[in-house]
Design a protein around this ligand. Sequence first.
Ligand code: ADP
Ligand code: MG
Length: 686
Amino acid sequence: MASIWDKPVQYVKGVGPQRARLLARLGIATVGDLLYHIPRRYEDRSLYRPLKSYPDGEQAAAEGEVIAVQETRARSGIRVLRAALRNQWGIFYAVWFNQPYLKRVLRVGSRLTVTGKVRHGFGAAEIHVTEFETGEGEEGLNTGRIVPIYPLTEKLSQRVLRAIVFGTLQNETAALPEILPPQVLQKYGLPGRRRALAAVHFPESMAEAEAGRRRLVLEELFLLQVALFHRRRRITAAEKQYRCGPDGPKVRALKEGLPFVLTPAQERAWQEISRDMEKPRPMHRLLQGDVGSGKTVVAALALAKAAENGLQGALMAPTEILAEQHYLNLRALLEPVGVRVALLTGGLKKEERLQRLRAVGEGDLEVVVGTHALIQEEVEFQRLGVAIIDEQHRFGVRQREFLRAKGNHPDVLVMTATPIPRTLALTLYGDLDLTVIDTLPPGRQPVKTAWLKPAELGRVYRFVRTEVSAGRQAYFVCPLVQESEQLSAQAAVKLAEELAQVFPGLSIGVLHGRLKLEEKERVMADFRNNRVQILVATTVIEVGVDVPNASVMVIFDADRFGLAQLHQLRGRVGRGRHSAYCILIAGRTTPEAAARLKALTTLGDGFALAEEDLRLRGPGEFFGTRQSGLPELKVADLLRDHKILEVARREAELFLEQDSGFTSQVAQHIKEEIGKRFHELSAYVV
Ligand code: ADP
Ligand code: MG
């Protein structure tokens, strides 16, 4: 049987091209999408009560025999259709507005069930009908039972969707393969796949609906974890070509030459990484640490270790500005210990680029820092020992894979400053070992954060002036204009001109995505050397930029940024010995944006903010599903289902221990299902 994930929903009974288009708006393209379009909630319309037991205005359900139908026209012109119905408790009225055509449907003597708001007036109770059923020729899907309420789109009604889903359950699920191992179903007392789907859409009881949902959640998370674990097994089962020895002179010299001592958390992280590099199997590790926790120096140690073993290292960063800054930092750290570092970005001139590529290919350059340019085809390393990805959340799984493929099973270290809640980390990075740097370097003070109105800008400017007089520097961030780097570049230039009026005598720099590499370099260098006191920038400075003397971050239209992004931007200050400030400028805004800004003014810790962000927005929006590589989850809610996630992980591990070759029948089905349901991950299980 063809997979439900291949069959277009258009060919389902009752759908057709027009409804298929409506369904597409809900993300439903296939029969599988339809079956896994889970109700948002349920309404219990199974038990009828006398209408007088409902308070005025409440949702109620009732049924009765039609004894009279009458149409009137209100003074406002609205046409009112009123049916008198009788049941065991007496008479009530069902009322419709502006639906005269219903007159034909409501035959005297027929039975009718209705739902809607109860209105108590002088006489018998009324129901202002939102849904009804005539009890003839219908399946009884909409009343007289627990009824699913789906996420909808315009022009598609609950009634229609229910009928389509019901038909699909009948016609398309008979041969649906089971994709949870039988022992898992048994251990947790879960229903089979077909029963679970039926129970989730048309439950007999709320308990049944919940049991069905739990099964589908486990199923989804189980598949995901199987894919992730399988990938980890495959990667770490390989024998690596180059293996490092114990820390030698370069690593020691680098450590000793640092202007600071590593924090215990950094030291711990380095020990784990160093040990991984000495093992026969490739490292595949995530280094997580809040903004400013000092991940770069740990990466530098790994690069030095590779170099002292005669190997090359690569460090990939998401923006040119960050790549370039890493290049400068790493050069300062590594060249004194005899390691050559090069920069490779898209902005290089052709000859320069070719020359560097040649040097990398011949192994003359030990460390290459770059942007996506690193994973392009013509880049070839001679002996790639360690591949590092900074700000991993800005890359997808694929790019990680491309960089890894530049070597023969190299060690891989991915770093992220966006602290993410554990549930999300397990889902996104379940194939990686985890190291956390959980403390900041000593002496860091929390960045004082305030939310001010545009009317208070005068105060902000005075404050910035005081800070600059004291020798500090400031960032002003203007919002990224959606979809257009050019417009946001213009906005930055304009803001810089305005600020030049506000701060006569100060030197103001502008940084945006449209500048040429050399221009960016010049601006950043000027800012680093304090030749520029105020840096106006778009969000290009969001990640990584490190100028410890900068103490103020002003963000315009802060309500237009996401929480994670604001936290990253704020992380640009508070990196030195000085008190640091983040000023969020936003006027009246939506409740959600206000909640974000509030959270930022009260929470300093990235992990707390991440939990808050997940709560406010849900995982799908957490940092943009596509760019974060988070697979689309249709059923599971990572906030609510974290316990099931733990179960899924345990069971996925057990399953792979027993059948890592996917030989059993159910394993075959599991493998196929992963390929169909998680496109990003399908490459993991082939
Ligand atoms: P992130 O983890 O955000 O990438 P960085 O690696 O950019 O952080 O480090 C932030 C700043 O902290 C840098 O200026 C770095 O030199 C400094 N730093 C790193 N480790 C320490 C330490 N152990 N003690 C003091 N300063 C440190
Ligand atoms: Mg960093």
